[in-house]
Design a protein around this ligand. Structure first.
Ligand SMILES: [Zn+2]
Length: 415
């Protein structure tokens, strides 16, 4: 249907002829016209929906039996819309406009803008900022609930693609075609979110997939086509979905795939189970950090360098020999034992340094920081898992620049 909206004459008093007052005055006047038009257009919609006012059951004429009022939050502020119930003597009754109105108390446009802010600042401040920037009024609690409710909608596509792959063996479409000279990097990490229900932390899993091209003269070139996926979910769900992202990002056409992890067991198992053809390497940044924790002093530089060199040469046994021969100070003995265990359990990821010149990725550290740390650790914040899940998914949309795609389809589907 086509709805012609007549905003009428927008009038306001301009006390001084300045651009500043003109801009503000116009916005206010248009906002008022917006509110009036919204009420009018809803009445038009209702007339359109009720059609010939004939009862679909018996053909008799319908009459208005009740008028209720619905308050709806719009960008121009809240409006009250009359919603009529049409009835027939035969007992039929219908509220046609109810179908066209949003299920909640706000338009999708208000929610989208509120959630956009909420990916950067707390819910309370998002609600305040939204009402400052527009005339929309929405509570922080509503924004919080809406973030939680958005998670399954954001995940719907990847959930289905993953089911197709693992359930029916149908591979996803390759969105990026690569060449045999390209390496696809899958960097995976976990970020910790303070848990409101236990007082401890829970883990948000985070992965970034990007292409890397070997350039003959200048070393490696990392292409700016990184795509992230993150969620508060079990390792299997996360791993399978990461593999879908990697396939879409050209894992099959690339010459090889490298999975980089920080040494966490779930990442090693994920590499083995869902990336069986990839080369798994231990993130050298994490490994070096561990070595530094055991030997932080200036005078320990030699042992530090020897351990790192052995590792980079793909010789975890050599690194263990150096370590065992050099016990650190008493207070770092525990960290030293943990390092021995870490190198032993990550031997494969260290041996594989000989198979690649990619040792790590600042890219995933950065992604964890952007997707998890910044938003989830604002001023002593703590989270419940479903709420955090919604926020992680919204943040991934921002990171991947797919926010407008997602909300575009939400607007198409929504009432
Ligand atoms: Zn009837």
């Amino acid at each position: 249907m086509i709805v012609r909206v007549d905003l009428g004459v927008v009038e306001f008093d301009l006390s001084e002829p300045t651009t500043a007052l003109l801009d503000r005055g116009l916005e206010g006047a248009v906002r008022e016209a917006h509110r009036a038009a919204a009420v009018e257009v809803h009445a038009m919609l209702e007339t359109e929906l009720v059609g010939a006012r004939e009862c679909p059951e018996c053909g008799a004429g319908l009459s208005v039996v009740k008028t209720s009022r619905r308050k709806i939050g719009l960008l121009c502020g809240p409006v009250v819309v009359p919603v009529r119930t049409f009835g027939c003597a035969c007992g039929f009754s219908s509220r046609p406009l109810a179908r066209a109105l949003p299920k909640g108390r706000h338009s999708l446009a208000v929610l989208e803008r509120g959630l956009y802010l909420a990916t950067m600042i707390g819910y309370q401040r998002s609600a305040e900022t939204l009402s400052h920037l527009t005339a929309a009024e929405i509570s922080h609690g509503t924004l919080q609930r809406m973030a939680k409710a958005e998670a399954p909608r954001i995940d719907a596509r990847i959930k289905e693609t993953t089911r197709e792959l693992y359930g029916n063996g149908v591979a996803p479409e390759e969105l990026v075609a690569r060449t045999r000279a390209d390496t696809l990097v899958v960097a995976v990490d976990g970020g910790f979110v303070p848990d409101r229900s236990t007082g401890y932390d829970f883990e948000a899993k985070c992965g970034v997939v990007y292409g890397s091209k070997a350039e003959v003269s200048k070393g490696r070139v990392e292409l700016v086509d990184r795509v992230a996926y993150a969620g508060i979910e079990d390792a299997r769900t996360f791993g399978e979905r990461m593999s879908v992202v990697a396939l879409e990002q050209g894992m099959l056409s690339a010459g090889r795939t490298i999975v980089i992890g920080d040494g966490a067991g779930w990442i090693r198992r994920m590499a083995r189970d869902v990336f069986p053809d990839a080369v798994y390497v231990l993130d050298l940044y994490h490994l070096k950090h561990r070595i530094w924790q055991v030997f932080p002093e200036q005078w320990e530089v030699q042992v530090r360098d020897e351990v790192v060199s052995a590792c980079v040469a793909g010789d975890p046994a050599g690194a263990l020999r150096v370590l065992k021969a050099t016990k650190p100070a008493q207070e770092r003995l525990e960290a030293w034992r943990k390092l021995l265990f870490y190198i032993r359990s990550n031997a494969l990821g260290i041996e594989n340094y000989t198979r690649t010149d990619l040792f790590g990725s600042g890219c995933v550290e950065k992604a964890v920081d952007v997707l998890i740390s910044r938003r989830f650790k604002l001023r002593g914040m703590s989270w419940l898992k479903p709420g955090a899940q919604g926020m992680v998914k919204l943040k991934v949309l921002r990171y991947n620049r797919t926010w407008n795609d997602h909300w575009g389809s939400r607007f198409t589907e929504a009432a």
